[in-house]
Every structure is written in C-alpha cells, then in structure tokens.
Design a protein around this ligand. Sequence first.
Ligand SMILES: Nc1ncnc2c1ncn2[C@@H]1O[C@H](COP(=O)(O)OP(=O)(O)OP(=O)(O)O)[C@@H](O)[C@H]1O
Ligand SMILES: [Mg+2]
Length: 459
Amino acid sequence: MEKILIVDDEAFIRENLERILAEDGYRPHSTESPEAAVQQVAEEEVDLVLLDLNLGDKSGLDVLREMREVDPDVLVIIITGYGTVESAVEALKMGAYDYIKKPFKADAIRLIVRLALETQSLRREVRQLRRESKERTILGDTEMVGSSPALLQVYRQVREVAKHELATVLITGESGTGKELVARAVHNMSPRKDRPFVEINCGSLPFNLLETELFGHERGAFTDAKNRKIGLFEEANGGTIFLDEIGEMDMNLQVKLLRVLEDRKIRRLGGTRNIDIDVRVIAATNRDMKEAIDDKTFREDLYYRLNVFPIQIPPLRERREDIPPLLDHFLKRFNREFNKKISEVSREALDLLMRYYWPGNVRELRNMVERICIMYNEPLIKKEFLPSEIWGEGPSKEAPFSFDIPPEGILLEELIGEVEKELIGKAIEITGGNVAKTARILNVPRGTLRYKLEKYDIE
Ligand SMILES: Nc1ncnc2c1ncn2[C@@H]1O[C@H](COP(=O)(O)OP(=O)(O)OP(=O)(O)O)[C@@H](O)[C@H]1O
Ligand SMILES: [Mg+2]
C-alpha cells in the first residue's frame, strides 16, 4: 500500500483526493501546512506527493525545492489552478514528475497516480539491481558476492587461470573464506565445465583409504578388494579434481601425489599398468604452508608443484566492505527459504557486525543470518538478535598491539613476556583477583595461569 501525501490549502480538494485514492487502495494522508509536508518527506517513506502550487502565502515551487533538498528522489505531482500552467512547467524543470490541472476528474487522477507510482517502482528496482549487480559476480555458474579490491583480484585470477585447462591451482585462505566456491568457479569457467568436478577432503580419511579413493585398486589388491575400484583421478578424467585440505595429507601420500602431478599418470593399487590421466588439479588449504614445510609435515617439492597458480582469499576482517552485501545476499536467501520478511539490519547491529573479528569468515556470517532468520520474524534485525560473540563477549583474537619490527630488531622473548604479564594483570583486575574466572576469560587452564602468576610475580 503506497503512501501518498496530499498538500493543498483547500479542505474540499484534500478530502476529495483522499477519498478517491483510498478507494483505489492507497494510503492517503493530507495536510495544508507546507512545513509539515516537508517534514514528513524528510522523516518517513512517502511514495508520492500531490502538491498544490497555490498554498496561500507560500509558493508550491518553494515547497517542491525544499522537498527535493531533504529527499532528492521524492516523487511529486503538481496540482495547478487556472492560469498557473507556466509555474507547472517550471515545477517540471525542477524535477516534478507531472502536473494536473484543476478542476480534475477522478479518473484522470487515478491514471496519473498509477503511472507515477509504476515509474517510481521501476526506478527503484533498477537502482537496486544496479547496486546488486555491482556487488555480485557470476563466474561460470558460481555466484560470488562482494566487490572489495581483494575479491576483485580473486575474480580476475579465477578468470585467468580458468582458461589454462591444466594449470594447477592452490587456493589458500582461512576457514570459511570461500575456497571451495572459488575452486568450483575455476572449473565452471573453464573449457572443462561440462566434464566432472570431483572433490575429496584429504583430511577426512586415513592414509590407506585416501590412497585407494584417489587411485583406485585392482581386484585382489588387498584382502578386502573383492572388485576393481576406479579412483577419483580416473573419475575426474577430462575434468577437475579438487583436493581440499591438502595440508592434512599424509607425507607418504604426498610423495605419490607429486609423482602423479609430474607424470600425469596413475597406477591403481595392485595394478601393473600406468594409466594416463587428463585432470586439472585444484588444491586448497587453510594451513600456513610455509609453516607446514618448516614443521616437516608438508613436502616442499610438492608445495612448489601445487603452487603453480596461487589464489589467496583474504579473511573477511581484511575486506569489511564485503560484509553489507553478504548480509544482504544471505538475508534474501534465507528469507526465501524460511518464508520470512526480514529486510533490514539496524544501524547499531550493523556497527557491531562491521567491527567483529569474524574468525569463521563468510561461513560464520552465513550461519548467523540463517539462525536469525529461523528465530525471528521482525522486519528489522536489532542488535539484541546478534549472538553474544558479536557483542564482544567472546575471546578477542584481535591483536591489541602493533607488530612492527624496528630496524634495530626486537627482543622477542622479553617482549612476549611483557605482553603476557600486562594481559594477565588486566584480566586479574577485571575479575577482582578470581583465578578461576581469570583463567576462563584468558582461555587457559587454571594451572597454567597459576604458574604464570608466580612467574611474573602478579599478586
Ligand atoms: N564471496 C562469497 N559470496 C557468496 N558466498 C560465499 C562467498 N564466500 C564464501 N561464501 C559461502 O560461505 C560458505 C563457506 O565457503 P566455502 O565452503 O567455500 O569456504 P572454505 O574456504 O572452503 O572453508 P573451509 O576451509 O572451512 O573448508 C559457503 O556457504 C559459501 O557458499
Ligand atoms: Mg572448504
């Protein structure tokens, strides 16, 4: 029900218009005061204004100007009396939608109002679509939301590497940043899009199971091998294999994988013959691979073999401008799914969401929106609807200090000790000296805390 504001100094006209418009199912309100009218336009959503040009002392043109100042998109139809057509043309120049001459017929009013509102709603739709299309990118069949410079760079990389059918891709990023989405996008954008996309989580299976999953086995290869099994590399032939959580892969299997990547051949377990494979490999990990190599849990040679084309997806907290469009995107989706009409996020709630650390990245945001859509049924998301960690009650992982290293270097151990002492001291202050509570807010075992209290001589 569109809200229509009627501004006229003649009571008869106001009543007449209200009646006609109410009959047509609109919500008409009227006033004779130009000031009240401008205020209403400023404060509430008014869909259409019917504005008389002769308002006693005040010129309708001035009122129009003021209305457009407080809301540049306001939709106004001018009502003109005899002899004021020139002013009406002036009003059109100032941005009024149309004008109608007094005396008017009810049908003429109905028609002009309907057309104006249709135009307005189309305009709004176009504006909304424009905004959304700027914030969404379709890669193949994959919809990616966000237009931060970091994501735009990711989209460019996806388009580029998709063209090179066999280039190996290594996607890195924290949990929930969209690695799997990007992997699918690479496949969907590539000439292989109609061929299989086969994925396997390398962290979910023990060594020997993962091995037979990947490479298959011949009948009788081991006791339980009653039939031949085709492995995922063969299944993915002509397409893409997605090795998720590659950082968790067993060292022994890493050797085998390296050989496969080099020779582009596999051999089923218990088999005697090499089988050529034509498969693009995409790997993903949320581990710091350099660290894994230092720890000797990941082979350096395999890392270089995989890292032919790296795509790094930054955490959400480093591209916070993507938060509002993602909220919008998931709200739409879960509104549809749960048949709700939650259309907006209050300013206070948005403030909290923009400041939050998002350790679980986009997945965490998505799950939060889903929960809210299940639990609430109000059009506006208030800050009370947000989970407690977003209120800042959860453990903060944001570093409170700078990590700059001056040219003269730093004393690492000493510095860390100082920081630790400082933080423990603060926590003790907050809890009033309660060790159990302090241990809880620092997320360390009580024993550890006692040891440190003693070490730093904290009372
Ligand atoms: N830019 C984005 N636009 C729309 N949805 C996204 C975006 N990034 C992530 N998502 C969504 O967030 C969720 C998590 O993404 P995904 O599973 O790809 O993350 P991941 O990096 O593989 O996480 P993990 O390391 O935990 O496996 C999915 O539902 C995904 O669709
Ligand atoms: Mg994943």
